[in-house]
Design a protein. Structure first.
Length: 516
């Protein structure tokens, strides 16, 4: 039992520290905006309504979408900056609303009495109105704090380190211990922060200094711990030079290389494999896991990450925005050429396997319905599940229109659950990944695609413009080109998804297989 917590505990200083820094910084920035704005709006009622309307509108934007939107707005920057900006906007509404309500709720007689006692408007605000409104204002601060700590777990897909790393990676690898650990830690942090602010709220209500000192001391300790973890991680890294900042060909020994990965098992394994290879060459590796497709690519263009694996079909449709069907070798050549000409991205080579989308269903259902190809689905009313990206991708639209599948009931869900959904009969078909080990384990069959609606998805190594200048980096990764077969990748995925190995263990097996 303790062994299952060894890996999560080892990552805790980094993940918890990152989560605390992000949450506390966003809360502080949100309060710096909402409190002055709330005070001003409370005194100018004509501004109160519009200010609350803007803040409320921002709050209606789904948190994950708001986080993702920050990446292109910041020029492809990932990590702390986009997450901080999005969370700051989320922090504004509760504190702003309660500041306005609290100040407008002060009895006008009290305000008039303060004026009658000779107080200026400023003196009345600081000595009378704010102390009376403080409990209401702090209640809004508590709400903002809890919202931010919870929403910060969604910052992982934009490259920010947080407790969400546990949750996203655990969901994809079906490691429920890691998921629960991340949830418990996030809930615990939210409760602690809420209770510390509650202590200040209580002190303001009863007009006592001692509770405020204790709560303030606790907040100071929380801030010190978050900053301390940052310094500890920085000292542990020893300050190596970033590869993207180096000039000339100096090798990669002692230099920091940032590896990106999307949010599914295969990507974790390949990132771990790259880490093994590069660390053997003396590089210092950093990871940015659980990135979305466009976020990972934008981060590569901007140099936020140096390397990641993508798939030709994804690049063709999503990045190059092309939907014309072409042969595999033409797609590979044109994709590499366009990525370099448009963005300076270098396609180092194909890994040797294809992880395509395929329409999969249980063998029993396929035989019952007499299904051989996607063409046969046109004669049936059926439900189909796919990952969150699938039904927004051009290849789904093309497949639907070519085969006449408009009657399909589509259900987007995390890839962790869609294989179990088709196995258990909750959906009839899924948009499966063809290298997923669960296809064989669950006795699923892939329907033929005679109209070739689904493009090739060869796995390719992409290098950022800065990283591509390093011949040493390219040389270290070259042995992986055309070295991984579809069977090998499927077995590595199966070890994680079904045998409950970690991605690192599966990558070690894959490394030994490739080396031999």
């Amino acid at each position: 039992m303790l062994d299952s917590f060894a890996e999560p505990l080892a990552a805790l200083p980094n993940y918890l520290g990152g989560h605390m820094r992000l949450s506390l910084a966003a809360l502080a920035a949100g309060l710096a905006i909402s409190l002055p704005l709330g005070i001003f709006a409370a005194r100018e009622p004509r501004l109160g309504g519009p200010a609350l309307a803007v803040a409320s509108t921002l709050q209606t934007i789904p948190s994950l979408a708001l986080l993702a939107l920050m990446v292109p707005l910041l020029g492809g920057t990932i990590g702390f900056a986009p997450a901080f900006l999005a969370l700051t906007l989320y922090a504004v509404l509760p504190a702003l609303r309660n500041t306005i309500v609290g100040l407008q709720g002060v009895d006008p007689v009290v305000v008039e009495a303060a004026a009658g006692a000779g107080m200026t408007r400023s003196q009345s605000l600081w000595r009378v109105e704010l102390p009376l409104a403080a409990p209401t204002i702090l209640a809004g601060v508590r709400t903002s704090a809890v919202w931010i700590v919870g929403t910060a777990t969604l910052a992982t897909p934009v490259g920010a380190t947080s407790l969400g790393n546990y949750i996203f990676s655990g969901l994809q690898t079906r490691n429920w211990t890691t998921v629960i650990f991340g949830c418990v830690m996030a809930a615990g942090l939210a409760i602690i922060l809420d209770q510390l602010i509650r202590g200040i709220e209580y002190a303001a209500r009863v007009r006592r200094r001692t509770p405020a000192l204790f709560a303030g001391g606790g907040l100071a300790l929380l801030i010190a711990v978050s900053l301390g973890s940052s310094l500890w991680m920085a000292s542990g890294q020893g300050g190596p030079q970033r590869l993207a900042d180096s000039t000339g060909e100096t090798g990669i020994t002692g230099q920091t290389i940032v590896i990106g990965a999307k949010g599914f098992t295969e990507q974790y394994i390949l990132a771990e494999l790259f880490e093994i290879v590069l660390e053997d060459e003396g590089a210092v590796v950093e990871r940015r896991d659980n990135l979305g497709s466009t976020i990972a690519f934008d981060a590569l263009v901007s140099g936020e990450i140096d390397i990641y694996v993508d798939y030709t079909g994804t690049l063709w449709a999503t990045i190059l925005e092309r939907d014309d069907p072409v042969a595999r070798h033409i797609m590979a050549l044109e994709t590499a050429s366009e990525l370099y000409n448009r963005h300076g991205i270098v396609t180092l080579g194909r890994l040797g396997f294809e992880n395509a989308y395929g329409f999969a269903m249980t063998r029993e259902q396929a035989e019952s319905w007499d299904m051989q190809s996607i063409d046969d689905l046109a004669t049936r009313d059926f439900s189909i599940a796919g990952d969150p990206e699938f039904f927004a991708r051009p290849e789904w639209v093309r497949t639907r229109d070519l085969y006449g599948l408009q009657q399909a009931e589509t259900r987007g869900m995390d890839s962790t659950f869609m294989y179990g959904a088709v196995r258990d009969g909750e959906v009839d078909v899924i948009g499966a990944y063809t290298t997923d080990g669960r296809i064989a384990a669950y006795d699923l069959v892939i329907l033929n695609d005679p109209r070739q609606a689904l493009p090739p998805y060869d796995a390719v190594i992409l290098l950022s413009p800065q990283a591509a200048r390093s011949a040493a980096l390219a040389g270290a990764l070259t042995p992986l080109i055309n070295a991984i077969s579809a069977d090998d990748m499927r077995e590595a995925n199966r070890r994680v998804d079904l045998d409950r190995q970690t991605p690192a263990q599966a990558a070690e097996w894959l490394f030994e297989t490739v080396a031999n």
